[in-house]
Design a protein. Structure first.
Length: 135
């Protein structure tokens, strides 16, 4: 199963590579499952674009939905000329051994136009799920 995702909106390509973080690597809150995700944003279009904000929709295996809205990504507001990329890694804790994330980045052009670059759904899957069964 391909757990990542890739999407293109108005020339902005967003690639996501999620990864499970085993408890022996990260000692987080007891009973939580931790996942990292690396995102590469590439401007394949012909116009400059700046990331302003993010909106994540996180759904755990029990169907509980959490929306996360905030400015920038990991403290940055990347500005991308045509052909440029920005890569960052963040993480997500879940109460269940698997879940999904999807969302959008609010972007702005130099002329002030606002658009939303879609982030297709990707899967956060712990080792115990991949060893036991498919989701």
């Amino acid at each position: 199963m391909n757990k990542g995702s890739e999407s293109v909106t108005e020339g902005i390509r967003i690639q996501v590579l999620p990864e499970y973080i085993p408890p022996n690597i990260l000692k987080g809150e007891e009973g939580k499952y931790y996942f990292s995700y690396t995102i590469t944003i590439t401007n394949e279009g012909s116009e400059w674009a700046k990331l302003l904000s993010r909106h994540w929709i996180i759904i755990d295996a029990d169907g509980n939905r959490t929306d996360v809205v905030g400015e920038g990504v990991v403290g940055y507001f990347p500005e991308l000329e045509p052909g440029e990329s920005f890569t960052y890694t963040s993480y997500c804790p879940l109460d269940t051994p698997w879940g999904t994330m999807e969302g959008e980045f609010q972007m702005r052009r130099k002329d002030g136009e606002i658009f939303y670059a879609k982030i297709d759904r990707f899967y956060l899957v712990s080792d115990e799920v991949t060893q036991d069964k498919d989701i």
